[in-house]
Ligand binder design. Structure first.
Ligand code: PAJ
Length: 281
């Protein structure tokens, strides 16, 4: 595996792969890699002969009150995992390489950024889209893979790529879960044993909604009641939202159909977790 810390070295390595006629696949991450990230690499490999991964904890997408300083970091472990999974080029820039000065231009997300995660984390998606646009410009991949786990992020990235005519195809890969259903997340490492157990209420509430949908329920309020019933058993977690949204626009729906997304965000202790499921998938 090649590694690069600069934009210039990354561009040179990608250019060399292109000269060999290889398609370029890209998986952007913030590191602290888990199986969910590595399956995105597998997905990129299905589309591309040269797979680039980036690891960059992007300060632009963290509010001053958020967990930037304590975000888990494991550069050596990550490099070993990326190499083991067949990443061809690992781009690990420092903050000074990505943001050598205050930014003079940023990406403004569409109105969708005001809902769900954006409502709780103002400025978050502007920071995400700005860094993703910059990374896509550095790597210039044919395809880039994002996780369904962050459905609003994936939806906004798709919209940006379409609206700004960025010549990269966005692929969204399914959420990887622990055996007991908990969606994998770098932030799971913050959870104590007891919090880890309580966090299962998130996926369980989504599974309850999925089961109710499978039994034929289509009314959003009834499906949400089924989800909330599970959460009522775990009153120590603080729900930010539990919602049913259109799979394309992420606007709330009153009637669910195949492709509707059930979404949840909640705080377990100090840790904020999100999860979602596509109904009927
Ligand atoms: P990060 O949280 O490290 O996630 C990197 C990618 O992995 C994202 O596309 C995310 O949706 C995906 N991912 C995380 N957990 C997953 C899981 N359990 N199953 C499937 N995919 C999963 O998301 C970011 O970083 C950043 O916002 C980034 C896009 C890199 C921009 O800074």
């Amino acid at each position: 595996m090649l590694t690069a810390e600069t934009i210039a070295a990354t561009r040179a390595a990608v250019a060399a792969a292109r000269t060999e006629g290889k398609r370029i696949g890209f998986v952007p991450t913030m590191g602290s890699l888990h199986e969910g990230h590595l399956r995105l690499v597998d997905e990129a490999r299905r589309h591309a002969a040269f797979v680039v991964m980036s690891i960059f904890v992007n300060p632009l997408q963290f509010a001053p009150t958020e967990d930037l300083a304590r975000y888990p970091r494991d550069p050596d472990g990550d490099a070993a995992k990326a190499a083991g999974r067949g990443v061809d080029l690992l781009f690990m820039p420092g903050v000074g390489e990505m943001y050598p000065r205050e930014m003079r231009a940023e990406v403004i997300p569409c109105a969708l950024h005001r809902r769900w995660e954006g409502a709780v984390r103002p400025g978050h998606f502007a920071g995400v889209l700005t860094v993703v646009a910059k990374l896509l410009n550095i790597v210039q991949p044919d395809i880039a893979v994002f996780g369904q786990k962050d459905v609003q992020q994936a939806t906004l990235v798709r919209a940006m790529v379409e609206d700004l005519a960025i010549p990269t195809t966005i692929v969204v890969a399914p959420t990887t879960r622990e055996e007991d259903g908990l969606a994998m997340s770098s932030r799971n490492s913050y959870l104590s044993r007891d919090e880890r157990r309580r966090a299962l209420a998130l996926s369980r509430s989504l599974f309850a909604m999925r089961d109710s949908f499978a039994r034929g329920e289509r009314r959003a309020d009834a499906l949400l009641t089924a989800g909330r019933k599970v959460l009522d058993d775990e009153p120590t977690i603080a729900i930010d939202y539990l919602a049913l949204a259109d799979g394309m626009t992420l606007e709330p729906v009153e009637t669910a159909e195949k492709g509707t997304v059930a979404m949840i965000a909640a705080r377990v202790g100090k840790t904020r977790l999100i999860d979602n499921l596509i109904l009927g998938a």
